[in-house]
Each structure stands twice: as structure tokens, then as C-alpha cells.
Design a protein around this ligand. Structure first.
Ligand code: ADP
Length: 401
């Protein structure tokens, strides 16, 4: 079955067409700058070079139409008829407490999805826009929602309730939800396979380090704690998000700078993290380059990034009473030997020791980078959220009969 995977952002649509029989990605790409001047579509068929096309893409519906036309294109396409697409799997960021599993999207369900916008105003509206666009462009094709929060739904109460009046949880559903669940689950499953063990015997710590970053403690296959919280702002230092900070700081800055709620939100989500500290970039590659050129602020940003990560690894080992394997994934985790080594430095007291040659040699492949003397395995595992979404989509459709 050919399944189209859609991941909608505010001005972008990422897509991938996966053959679920072979689990091969037939084509992938992205429509960016939607609603702006000079929109761009990049498209990569599995067997031909990537192409880039400029176009006028006013909204997400037009974007999805372009995606379909690229998939059908005579020169760059991978299917000859739209009907070859038998299902669409959507990445939806927030499932709230209602959606603890992937679901088939129906009209009734759309209103429940809309009710979650309050919990994730920066993400869910775009996901819903993508679903609506696919319903229009591919009518009658089953659409499945796969939630970033779902993998974390079994977290124990003591890990998800915040230290504020309990009534706030009851009244406004304020609790830790956690995100990047599809990725944490995928790499945990791959790690379990690589280690040749049963998940019921493993305590894993998975580090998803992309533009957004989160770390998860996985005990016996269950996410028992994770660094992102009510929103994806909490936890590790990220490209442009602050991660953990004293909540009083926000009140103080809002008062001193006379910021509105919207402005404060933008400050914490878009102008903080690596970008805010370095004043240089939110992109780790550029930060590392700037460190090489002697930038002290970029060095500070890098040091804070790795220090926070190290602290979380220690605290999650404590939360699980030990750790058997540490996993690095996503852009930074898969590709940066420097971040991996700086983070794991001094963690030998819990059994984490890297083999420097193996660590240096890894870029985007599944490898065990631990030294022979390590009692905790450190693995690099490229994530594949799209494949997980395709698998879930196939499963839900099969269950429907
Ligand atoms: P997204 O969260 O948007 O999916 P990615 O998982 O692609 O992001 O990760 C993007 C991050 O990975 C960027 O900060 C980028 O600089 C970083 N990255 C990619 N390659 C490297 C590399 N070789 N060294 C360091 N960082 C890298």
C-alpha cells in the first residue's frame, strides 16, 4: 500500500510517499514559504536527483495539490495515478489526554482535534490545515492522525503533575504531555533490536536533538519521563527555544520590557536557546563553525547545550534506578561527534564511555559508539518518524477491516 505522510508547519508541508509493503520511501520533499513570495518545492524521488521548483503557493491546499502533482510528474514522479495513494498519515503535535493512540480521522473527530488547539496554538492549527487540505485534494482516502504526545501517555502521575495548584490540572489540563514521541519510540525499538534484548529488560535514555530537542527515560518500553512538558518549550536548550528556566524570569521580563503575552511567547520560542545566547544562529552546525572561528558566545551556547543534556541524562538514570543504553538521534544527535563527546564526558561514573574513533566516524548511520569498557551502551540511531507514521497508518486501516 502506498501511504502519503504529511507533516504541516505554519508555512511548510513536509511529505513522504512510503510503500508499506517494502517500507521503502518512494519520494520525499517539502513545500516551503507557503503564503509568502517565492515559495519553493524540493522533491526527491528515490531513484533520481532532487529537484527544486519555485511556485506561487498561497495556502496549504495549493501546497498539497503541488505535492500530488510532483508525485505524478512525468519526469520526477513515482506514481502514475492519484488513486495509487491509498491512505494519508498525518503528524499531529498535540493529542491532549484524549488521544493516546493514532486514530482514523472522521468529521466528528475533527471537532475534537480543533478543541486541542488551545493546548498547542503554535502547532495544531497547521496540522489541522494539512488534514483539511488532504481531505479536499484526496477525497474518500482514509486519513490517520499520529500524535507526538501519544507515546508518553503512560507516564506516571508524579512525572506529569506540576507543582502548581492541582485544580489547574483539572481546570485547564495543565500537565506534562511530552513531544517527539514517535521519534523516541522508533529509536527505542531500534535500540532494543540492536541490543538483541527484550524491551522488558531495558532502561533507555533517548536524546532527540533536532531544532527542537527532548530527552526521554524509557523503562521496560514505557516513557516514564520526558523533558518537554505542557508545550515543547520546556527542557533542553534548543535552537531558538529557552528550555528550562525559572518561571519568575518571564514575569520579570514582561514587566520590565512591557511585553504582551504574544511578545513573551515569541521571545521564549523564537529568540532564545542557541540563537539567543550566541546572537549568531539557531543552527548547531553554524554554532560549531563559529566556535571554531573563536566566538566566545557560541562556545557558551554549545557548553550550556551539552551541560543541560548531561544533567538530564544523570537525572533520568536516577529516575529509572540505572540505565542500560543511551541513544542519540535527529540532526544534532546523528551528526555531531562533538556534542556527543562533550555531553558524555565525565559520565563514566554511571558507565557511559565513548570510543572516540567510532564516535568521530558516525554520521547518520546506526552504530554502537561505546568503548569496550562501558557498562552502558551508547548508540547513534537515525530517526524515522515517517516510517512510524506509515506503520501506524497501515495498522489502523487494517483494524478497520
Ligand atoms: P528538525 O527538528 O527541523 O527536524 P533536524 O533533526 O533536521 O531538525 O536537526 C536540525 C539540526 O541538526 C540543526 O541544528 C543542524 O545544524 C543540526 N545538524 C545537522 N547536521 C549537523 C552536523 N553535521 N553537525 C552538527 N549539527 C548538525
Amino acid at each position: 500500500m502506498k501511504i502519503l505522510i504529511i507533516n504541516c508547519g505554519s508555512s511548510s508541508v513536509k511529505y513522504q510517499l512510503i510503500d508499506s509493503d517494502t517500507e521503502v520511501s518512494l519520494a520525499k520533499g517539502m513545500v516551503s514559504r507557503i503564503g509568502m513570495s517565492a515559495s519553493v518545492i524540493t522533491h526527491k524521488p528515490y531513484d533520481r536527483p532532487e529537484v527544486t521548483v519555485s511556485a506561487e503557493v498561497l495556502d496549504h491546499i495549493v501546497a498539497v495539490e503541488y505535492v500530488i502533482s510532483m508525485l505524478l510528474s512525468e519526469n520526477h514522479g513515482v506514481i502514475s495515478d492519484k488513486n495509487e495513494i491509498e491512505a494519508v498519515g498525518h503528524r499531529v503535535v498535540h493529542g491532549g489526554e484524549r488521544f493516546t493512540e493514532s486514530v482514523l480521522i472522521t468529521q466528528e473527530l475533527m471537532s475534537e482535534l480543533r478543541s486541542l488547539i488551545e493546548l498547542a496554538p503554535l502547532h495544531n492549527p497547521h496540522n489541522i490545515r494539512g488534514i483539511n487540505a488532504c481531505m479536499k485534494t484526496l477525497p474518500g482516502i482514509p486519513q490517520i492522525a499520529v500524535f507526538d504526545t501519544a507515546f508518553h501517555h503512560e507516564m506516571p502521575t508524579h512525572a506529569y503533575i506540576y507543582g502548581i495548584p492541582y485544580v489547574m490540572y483539572k481546570r485547564y489540563s495543565i500537565r506534562r504531555y511530552g513531544f517527539h514521541g514517535t521519534s523516541h519510540k522508533y529509536v527505542a525499538e531500534r535500540a532494543t533490536a540492536m541490543l538483541g534484548q527484550d524491551s522488558s529488560k531495558l532502561r533507555l535514555i533517548t536524546c532527540h536533538l533536532g531544532n527542537g530537542a527532548s530527552i526521554t527515560a524509557i523503562d521496560k518500553g514505557i516513557s516514564v519521563d520526558t523533558s518537554m512538558g505542557f508545550t515543547p518549550l520546556e527542557g533542553l536548550l534548543m535552537g531558538s527555544r529557552s528550555g528550562d528556566l525559572d518561571p519568575a524570569i518571564i514575569l520579570h521580563i514582561m514587566a520590565r520590557e512591557e511585553l504582551s503575552l504574544h511578545e513573551a511567547n515569541t521571545l521564549l520560542n523564537k529568540h532564545s536557546g542557541l540563537s539567543g545566547i550566541s546572537g549568531q544562529s539557531s543552527d548547531m552546525r553554524e554554532i560549531i563553525e563559529a566556535v571554531g572561528e573563536g566566538s566566545t558566545k557560541s562556545k557558551l551556547a554549545l557548553d550550556i547545550y551539552c551541560y543541560r543534556l548531561k544533567k538530564y541524562i544523570g537525572s533520568y538514570a536516577a529516575a529509572m534506578g540505572g540505565v542500560d543504553a543511551l541513544i542519540f538521534t535527529a540532526g544534532v544527535g546523528e551528526n555531531s561527534p562533538l556534542v556527543r563527546s562533550q555531553t558524555c564526558d565525565d559520565l563514566s561514573f554511571i558507565g557511559i564511555r565513548l570510543n572516540p574513533e567510532k564516535n568521530e566516524g558516525v554520521h547518520g548511520t546506526e552504530v554502537d559508539i561505546s568503548s569496550d569498557s562501558a557498562s552502558v551502551k551508547t548508540l547513534v540511531i537515525p530517526t524515522n518518524e515517517e516510517l512510524m507514521i506509515a506503520r501506524d497508518t497501515l495498522r489502523i486501516i487494517s483494524e478497520q477491516g
